[in-house]
Write a new protein. Structure first.
Length: 462
């Protein structure tokens, strides 16, 4: 069996929904289908919840009616006999209206937010299941909350993988054994005490990998609006190219440094079970795609892709006491731990340490806490531009070529050597896009000429 996850952009229109139904019914192996909310539904539900908490029940109810009016119109467009589906949608609207009334009366909470947002995915699965049955498919909707057991950290719940494995075999396994298409929600779970939870934005990808691992899938397919993972953000670099194959480590690094195709935690459950993840274009299923696989299919190739993330701030801490002082760095970074501030990049010299922190880090409090340990200088409004690739350190002249390509941009900080697959430059944020384009021109500008250029996998089908 396979897991097929479709994002919101793949479900936004009648044409897209019909295409998703086609892909599910034509799949070579029995699919478990994981859906995000339709289009921008999650954002709209969040806005409606905020209206309930601030402007009152009437404003929220009007916005809710407008949302479901559009959903009902879409349902009537794609279904020949929409009555049963419309009745289910009506019940969801009534449930949401009750939740909003409670929020208007008692105020918002993280628990209430999760209960509201979960309806976005439920709308999508109700509609697609009805469409699949209209096509003659044996399809069933399974409530993800019956399978995805989590803790009670609302808004960013942590899955219990042992419980998920057991529940997936109980609730989903029997249907897949009968060749039934199972349709379920991404992003949504349930705590041990029965409360609805969510994994956080982007959590539908994570759900797909968790279910793939639990069910022993042959493949987890992430269907989106790009032909796989690209060598750079195509909104910035027009000639960005799909990457045919990546290692899980490369994909994880790209996710951590700003690539938006994958949720940072998506691939880990699949990697742990040795399950490949592919990233595919919903409307171009026979086009290029990316395969993320733990099994080596190619030698280390140097730079595979570029990513950028910002804003970040650079803190440079200087003290003569650091010179040959045992335990000094431990004291320095203990301050960051006490203030729960994560650090991304670090560079050290004889008497100074530079590191990057998120732009919203409590820098004044850190500076006060570091008083007596170090003098602190801060560069704000910066961005990290990262070159990612297995075997990067063994690539001849990679650092030299990158520095030459960036000229005349002068990086605030350079990090190279922390692992074998990341070369990062911190630049001013207004230089971020130019830095991406310059590096891409250097390493991917001539596809045929460069040994580091990406290749694509054309004509492969699910």
């Amino acid at each position: 069996m396979i897991v097929m996850k479709f994002g919101g952009s793949s479900l936004a229109t009648a044409e897209h929904l019909r295409q998703v139904a086609d892909l599910c019914t034509r799949a070579a192996k029995t699919p478990c289908v994981v859906l995000s909310a339709l289009g921008a539904t999650t954002d709209r539900l969040l806005h409606i919840e905020r209206l309930a908490g601030s402007d009152g029940h009437d404003a929220a109810t009007a916005a809710l009616e407008a949302l479901f009016l559009e959903v009902r119109a879409l349902t009537s467009e794609v279904l020949q006999s929409p009555d049963d589906c419309l009745a289910g949608l009506q019940r969801m609207q009534q449930d949401l209206a009750l939740l909003l009334r409670g929020i208007a009366k008692n105020g918002a909470s993280a628990r209430a937010t999760d209960a509201v947002l979960a309806h976005g995915e439920r709308i999508a699965t109700t509609l697609l299941t009805a469409l699949l049955r209209q096509r003659g498919a044996d399809a069933i909707e399974v409530d993800a909350r019956d399978v995805l057991r989590t803790d009670a950290t609302f808004g960013r719940a942590r899955p219990d993988r042992g419980q998920i494995r057991q529940l997936a075999h109980q609730c989903i396994g029997p249907f897949l054994g009968r060749k039934t298409i199972v349709v379920t929600q991404g992003f949504v779970g349930r705590s041990a005490d029965g409360a609805t939870t969510t994994l956080g934005r982007g959590g539908s990808d994570w759900t797909a990998a968790l279910l793939g691992a639990a069910l022993g899938a042959d493949e987890v397919q992430i269907w989106t609006d790009v032909e796989g993972v690209l060598t750079a953000d195509p909104r910035v670099v027009r000639d960005a190219m799909p990457i045919a194959e990546m290692s899980p480590e490369e994909a994880a690094e790209l996710a951590a440094f700003g690539a938006r195709v994958l949720h940072p935690s998506t691939i880990q459950p699949a990697v742990d079970r040795g399950i490949p993840v592919t990233v595919r274009h919903t409307m171009r299923p026979d086009g290029a795609f990316t395969r993320i696989d733990h099994r080596p299919h190619r030698p280390a190739r140097g730079i595979a892709a570029l990513a950028a993330r910002g804003p970040v701030s650079v803190m440079t801490m200087t003290s003569r006491r650091m010179l040959a002082a045992s335990g000094y760095l431990a004291k320095l970074f203990a301050v960051f731990g006490e203030h729960e501030v994560p650090i991304d990049l670090i560079a050290t010299a004889e008497v100074s340490v530079a590191c990057t922190v998120e732009a919203d880090a409590p820098i004044p409090r850190l500076i006060a806490a570091l008083d007596g340990l170090a003098h602190v200088e801060v560069h704000e409004d910066c961005a990290i531009v990262a070159a990612i690739g297995d075997g990067l350190q063994r690539t001849e002249r990679a650092l030299e070529r990158a520095c030459r390509a960036l000229h005349p941009i002068e990086p605030v900080l350079v990090s190279f050597g922390g692992n074998s697959r990341n070369l990062s430059f911190v630049v001013q944020r207004d230089q971020q896009e130019q830095a991406l384009r310059d590096l891409h021109d250097e390493f991917f500008g001539a596809r045929e000429a460069s040994p580091l250029a990406a290749t694509t996998s054309e004509g492969q089908t699910p």
